[in-house]
Design a protein around this ligand. Structure first.
Ligand SMILES: [Ca+2]
Ligand SMILES: [Ca+2]
Ligand SMILES: [Ca+2]
Ligand SMILES: [Ca+2]
Length: 407
């Protein structure tokens, strides 16, 4: 209906002023594909609530999520924190994405992919060692019900669904040199989990998916996940170590040395990683800032410093710097520059890590980066009502992140 030039002009007019120069300087009228990740907080407290909320067009938070996506207008999008419910995929399209909000242009995604998540799936073990079995902490991934905090991919380009690989059931202990947590109360190393538990414990707190996207006739592998936050545990750091290894999974998967990924098997039992000839984009809330927060040191660097990953034009925003200065407290002790922050967390020194770079879109070195950005307006910019400032959270505590590539 619209020529690309008109869409680009409308987009530039719609973007906050501070973000526009990124797109303006880099925008090419043809041959551009925008990959994006957004932890949208479309999780709910009980099973079925997300479907109920999306069954009408009236949920204000879902409207805000959809409008954010419409303002950023990615071609390929990962949504983290979207409770697993296949019917919710269409409901979000029909009642929110394909509807105008505050004058936004509706957006169509003809293709989508969703699959089950480890969250809330009972493991049958006492994984948090509190003396009883059951509840979110003893599930294969933390969740109050099956599929809470899941994820979904939307795309304007065809998804090769038959070639998708999922790694939901891959066992943590099958990763060579896994950073298995240690019970500090016993002399034996790496013994937080019993041998029986390690026979079942899965690496992925949600799932890891390799989703091949057909962009103008050639494939880009969209490698998506949502590693556990490295907190909500004890001295054994079972979540910190798991976060590290969930990130490591993709580092091994894309290694140009096939020996590094030979141990990996998918849910269909097929072994091996991504051939070195393939192009990819790693995306998702990795729950790990390179320098700040509670990660095991070096966790994010496994990807940022990877020889096959290009982070040279890292997404940034003016709003991240503005928010860190306004909110102060924990942010004052941070080492990462706040323009790279993607999440507006609790800043109080008692209670939270402050703002972090948590959400990443990381292309392979074979893809040319045309531009990138983070949707984080300052208070005087047009779309501030979509992001707010902690503790005012109208949409999500995370910001949408994108990278533009020459396919
Ligand atoms: Ca327990
Ligand atoms: Ca021990
Ligand atoms: Ca904050
Ligand atoms: Ca920060």
């Amino acid at each position: 209906m619209h020529r690309p030039t008109l869409i680009a002009a409308a987009l530039l007019a719609a973007l906050p002023l501070a973000l526009a120069p990124v797109a303006q300087a880099e925008e090419a009228p043809d041959r551009k594909v925008r990959f994006s990740t957004f932890n949208a907080s479309l999780n709910r407290n009980v099973a079925g609530q997300l479907v109920a909320d999306l069954s009408t067009p009236d949920n204000v938070q879902a409207q805000n999520v959809a409008e954010t996506v419409q303002r950023v207008r990615p071609d390929v999008l990962l949504v983290n924190e979207f409770d697993y419910a296949p019917e919710a995929v269409d409901l979000f399209r029909d009642n929110y994405l394909e509807v105008s909000h505050h004058g936004s242009e509706p957006i169509d995604y003809p293709y989508a992919y969703i699959a089950p998540s480890n969250t809330g799936v009972p493991s049958g073990h006492d994984l948090d060692n509190n003396g009883s079995v059951g509840g979110g902490n003893d599930a294969f991934g933390f969740g109050l019900f099956e599929g809470q905090y899941g994820m979904v991919v939307y795309s304007k380009h065809p998804i090769d669904t038959d070639a998708v690989r999922t790694f939901q059931t891959f066992r943590w202990a099958d990763m060579p040199g896994a950073m298995l947590p240690d019970d500090p109360a016993t002399p034996e190393p790496a013994d937080w989990y019993s041998a029986a538990e390690l026979g079942d414990v899965r690496l992925s707190s949600k799932s890891h998916w390799d989703v091949p996207i057909d962009v103008d006739g050639s494939t880009i592998h969209f490698l998506v996940s949502h590693p556990t936050p490295p907190v909500f545990d004890g001295a054994e750091d079972r979540n910190g170590t798991r976060n590290h290894d969930e990130i490591r999974f993709w580092a091994d998967y894309v290694s140009s040395d096939a020996a590094d990924s030979a141990y990996i098997y998918d849910d269909a039992g097929v072994y091996g990683g991504l051939p070195a000839s393939e192009r990819f984009v790693i995306a998702g809330d990795q729950n790990s800032d390179p320098l700040d927060g509670d990660s095991v040191p070096g966790s994010a660097q496994q990807l940022l410093d990877h020889p096959r990953v290009n982070d040279a034009k890292a997404p940034a925003s003016v709003g991240g710097t503005w928010a860190a200065e306004l909110q102060g407290a924990a942010n004052l002790g941070h080492e990462s520059h706040p323009r790279f922050d993607t999440a507006d967390f609790d800043d109080r020194l008692c209670c939270g890590p402050g703002n972090l770079r948590a959400d990443y879109v990381l292309p392979s070195t074979g893809l040319r980066v045309l531009g990138s950005g983070i949707f984080w307006p300052t208070e005087d910019q047009k779309f501030y009502y979509l992001t707010g400032s902690f503790p005012f959270v109208p949409t999500s505590d995370h910001r949408q992140v994108w990278v533009d590539l020459r396919p």
